[in-house]
Write a protein that binds this ligand. Structure first.
Ligand code: GAP
Length: 470
């Protein structure tokens, strides 16, 4: 299979077969748009999240961390505009019954439906219908329903329910957060009061968000439960453009240097249409081979003073900042970097998955992932099933695993053991043979080049450390 032939089915099946990502509730037939992360999946996801936290919080003086609750006061979502306008318009095909997002369908006719009201969406669809152009993107049938709008907030209730969910009014409902940043806005005042921060400063958090996505059929790209990594940067409006450019550069570099994504697979996409409060917005897009297109991985947005003004208005609290130097009070403006952790996991897998031709009709699947992100850093094998070799190899394994995520495999077939580690992207495999018992040297095999070299057992930790940090 050539590099460009990676399909969504291949990557989805691979992720399941190798314990990265499973469809949720599979024994009950699954739950659309929800996925579970297996052992290697959570190791990879944590590595990405930790790398983000390091560069966004630990390595900076101007950003503090937060972990706010998934549930917030329901007025939060009224103030943010989500209750009234966090909608998706959908259309059904009357023939194949497939459901489509109206904005995605209109995009096929080069019509940008961002922030378009429902009646205008239907007017655009009707124009295409009248020109006999409108058709189902799946089966080509021309009988499509009118577009109708669905609110994307996921609703539930807390405490003892006294009514059925469908009988509840807005006052009874709480929402599973639709974006993590609202928890940051609600804690802005707490952070100002407790953390000795001064503008400009940021608050960062990683956490789950929930959206009733109408269409959720692109593996982990668009799901109904997902994780965001968001940083909201509070500043005086006159600093916005300078800081915005700085953050765009910082985030771009992060994708190259930390996630190790190839630059030619990344691009900026400027938003043509903006929310009424936004001044400028760009997305970082990644070219997913398995989706066959560039798609958004992170948004970097100037949000003005909309968020804090809205929460000040709805809560009745004063959320102004007092600038001592200028002796002036104002609502800080906000710029955000808002990335999807699951989309990053997907991008890393999509870019790294390699079906390599080894010649003589042999192939191998190898995950050419950046060593620092690899779920397992090193695997240790005794060459044969022999008590002495197994015992010594296990000793080395126990020593290495105190520092690195390590694996021990003594199932005996060296070829298979290598292949298993190649598939999960383990940068180094260490094999112990009879010679090792005499000279304290082991064979280390490199994942990508498959070259082998002899290394002293005492030098192994440094060797692996260098590989991870190369
Ligand atoms: N606070 C701004 C905000 O939430 P967004 O563009 O709606 O902006 C930010 O979301 C990021 O969250 C996206 O770039 C994407 O990576 C991720 N994301 C959004 N919806 C998602 C979904 N249904 N499934 C997976 N990731 C999603």
């Amino acid at each position: 299979m050539a590099q460009n032939d990676l399909t969504l089915d291949t990557i989805t099946a691979f992720a399941k077969r190798r314990g990265f990502i499973y469809p949720s509730s599979e024994i009950y037939g699954g739950l659309a748009g929800i996925y579970d992360y297996g052992h290697y999946g959570i190791l990879l996801k944590n590595n990405i999240a930790n790398a983000w936290w390091k560069s966004m919080v630990r390595d900076r003086d101007d950003v503090v961390g937060l972990d706010s609750a998934i549930f917030m006061h329901p007025l939060t979502w009224k103030a943010s505009g989500h209750v009234d306008s966090f909608n998706e318009a959908l259309i059904d095909c009357k023939s194949c019954k497939q459901r489509m997002r109206a904005d995605h369908l209109l995009e096929k006719y080069s019509i940008n439906a961002d922030f378009m009201p429902l009646d205008q969406i239907n007017a655009e669809l009707n124009k295409l219908r009248d020109q006999n152009q409108l058709k189902c993107q799946f089966c080509g049938n021309k009988e499509l329903t009118e577009a109708r709008q669905i609110n994307q907030l996921v609703r539930t209730n807390l405490g003892v329910p006294t009514k059925q969910l469908q009988e509840m009014s807005e006052e009874d409902i709480v929402y599973a957060r639709g974006e993590t940043c609202q928890g940051i806005y609600l804690n802005y005042k707490n952070v100002i009061d407790t953390m000795r921060v001064k503008l400009p400063f940021g608050i960062a958090q990683i956490g789950k968000a929930f959206r009733n996505e109408v269409i959720a059929r692109q593996f982990i790209f668009r799901t109904r439960e997902f994780e965001q990594m968001e940083m909201q940067y509070f500043l005086a409006p006159e600093m916005m453009q300078e800081k915005y450019e700085e953050w765009k550069q910082t985030r771009w570099n992060w994708y190259l240097e930390v996630l190790g994504l190839p630059e030619e697979k990344l691009r900026w996409k400027k938003h043509d249409k903006l929310a009424h409060y936004a001044k400028e917005a760009y997305d970082v897009q990644f070219n997913y081979r398995s989706l066959g297109e560039f798609a958004e991985i992170e948004g970097i947005h100037q949000r003005g003073d909309w968020d804090l003004s809205q929460h000040a208005k709805y809560s009745g609290q004063n959320l102004e900042y007092f600038d001592q130097k200028q002796n002036k009070r104002f609502i800080p403006h906000i710029m955000e970097t808002s990335g999807g952790l699951n989309r990053m996991v997907f991008a890393v897998l999509d870019a790294a998955y390699t079906n390599e031709d080894l010649g003589e009709g042999k192939t191998r699947v190898v995950l050419k992932i950046k060593p620092a992100l690899a779920p397992v850093k090193v695997a240790i094998f005794p060459l044969q099933k022999d008590e002495k070799l197994q015992g010594k190899a296990r000793e080395i394994y126990l020593d290495l695993r105190s520092e690195f995520q390590s694996e021990f495999d003594d199932s005996g077939n060296i070829g298979k053991m290598y292949r298993r580690q190649d598939e999960i992207g383990t940068p180094a495999c260490v094999t112990l043979d009879y010679q090792s018992l005499e000279d304290n040297m082991v064979t280390v095999r490199d994942r990508d080049s498959m070259k082998q070299e002899r290394i002293a057992i005492g030098d192994l930790k440094q060797y692996i450390w260098n590989k991870i940090n190369a």
